[in-house]
Design a protein around this ligand. Structure first.
Ligand SMILES: CC(C)(COP(=O)(O)OP(=O)(O)OC[C@H]1O[C@@H](n2cnc3c(N)ncnc32)[C@H](O)[C@@H]1OP(=O)(O)O)[C@@H](O)C(=O)NCCC(=O)NCCS
Length: 202
């Protein structure tokens, strides 16, 4: 059964990450992180992103959290300084589906933070929220984000692209969906294939 309100407050830990609620003390770090062209390019964000935008962002985040409409967590390694953000929103209880999104501080990229955070939140959405269909909507030109999606087991659905007008011109968002991962290691899977092929368990 999918809950009608998303849990709040929430902390998710695993793989060297602590995903925690945003706090008002994060304002300076948030503004420094979100005032960046690559983030403004691919996420709906005011640019430049100043303190006023930061205050409004944290307020909207808190509102979405207390009403249980979305999960919006800071990515940290130890519960301290925020290094990025991961979100779950647009929950459809009938279809048991939701959308996820992520961003990482430009100074902290290419160290597995986005893929770690996306994997953690996707696993939680599946196992604890019982959401069967987890989606990402990504502009096909966003190579970093498509790499993260692929890395975490999301695949293109082939649904028609969502066309949007952005301050940077027209954008085409592809829909990606998390596909079931095979359990066990690659070696276990190879052993199981061998077992099926030769009619015995290895
Ligand atoms: C997309 C973004 C979140 C990636 O964050 P990250 O923490 O650097 O990503 P990871 O370190 O987890 O990378 C995961 C995989 O993607 C690959 N990758 C990351 N950035 C890449 C890039 N710029 N080009 C090519 N591959 C990239 C990594 O190599 C890794 O793959 P691998 O393990 O097979 O080598 C970050 O670039 C960002 O915040 N971009 C702006 C906001 C944005 O685009 N958000 C997504 C909107 S849909």
């Amino acid at each position: 059964m999918v809950a009608s309100r998303l849990p709040f407050p929430l902390t998710l830990t695993g793989d060297g990450l602590v995903l925690r609620e945003w706090r008002s003390e994060d304002l300076d770090d948030l503004v420094r992180m979100l005032d960046e062209p690559e983030i403004a390019r691919w996420r709906p964000m005011p640019s430049p992103f100043d303190v006023e935008a930061g205050i409004a962002y944290l307020k909207r985040c808190h509102q979405g959290r207390i009403t249980g409409q979305r999960i919006q967590l800071a990515i940290t390694t130890d519960g301290g300084r925020p290094l990025g953000e991961v979100l779950l929103f647009g929950v459809d209880l009938g279809l048991k589906e939701a959308e996820l999104a992520y961003l990482v501080d430009v100074r902290e990229r290419r160290r597995g933070l986005a893929s770690g955070a996306l994997s953690l939140l996707s696993a939680y959405a599946r196992s604890s929220l019982h959401l069967g269909r987890l989606l990402l909507r990504i502009d096909s030109r966003n190579t970093a984000s498509t790499a993260v999606a692929r890395h975490c087991g999301y695949r293109l659905t082939g649904e028609p692209p969502i066309l949007q007008e952005t301050p940077y011109g027209p954008s085409r968002l592809d829909t990606w969906e998390l596909v079931e991962r095979q359990t066990g290691s690659r070696r276990d899977r190879q052993k199981n294939v061998a077992a099926r092929r030769y009619g015995r368990r290895t």
